[in-house]
Ligand binder design. Sequence first.
Ligand code: DGP
Length: 144
Amino acid sequence: MGDDIQLDDDCIFCKIIRGEIPSFKVFEDDASLAFMDINPAAPGHCLVIPKHHAENIFVTPPHASAAAMATISKVAPAVERAVQPGGINIVQANGPAAAQSVFHTHFHIIPRHLDDNLLMNWGLNPGDMDEIGAVAEKIKAELD
Ligand code: DGP
């Protein structure tokens, strides 16, 4: 990690970046990380974060948001190929009314299916770790 990377000691996503807690990482570069969401709204649901701790999009420097967006451009097509959903939403929440629950700017890549009836503020239900790991491998294979 470069010297310009700013992380927070207590942030759960900063701990994932540093490898202090486990995660299914699917793509990483100097400035961003993509990993599987452990409360998936649908199989293949992943998160993309800048390697810069900032609470929300309002205070995230443009270079950090841009780094995350470049990674979304790589990972979303891989999710599309690996999961073959009917569509994909890119979602980013800021503040309680938007259902933000982790205060490190992140972008959701959410596979969608016709008639999945997924609401914007989906519930946070624990996923099956074996299933999450298996779909992570499929996405990673599409990124090779
Ligand atoms: P949001 O509600 O938009 O702030 O999304 C936060 C997401 O982060 C939510 O879908 C669940 C996910 N999440 C929370 N804690 C962890 C964790 O420790 N590991 C992983 N992989 N995902 C997490």
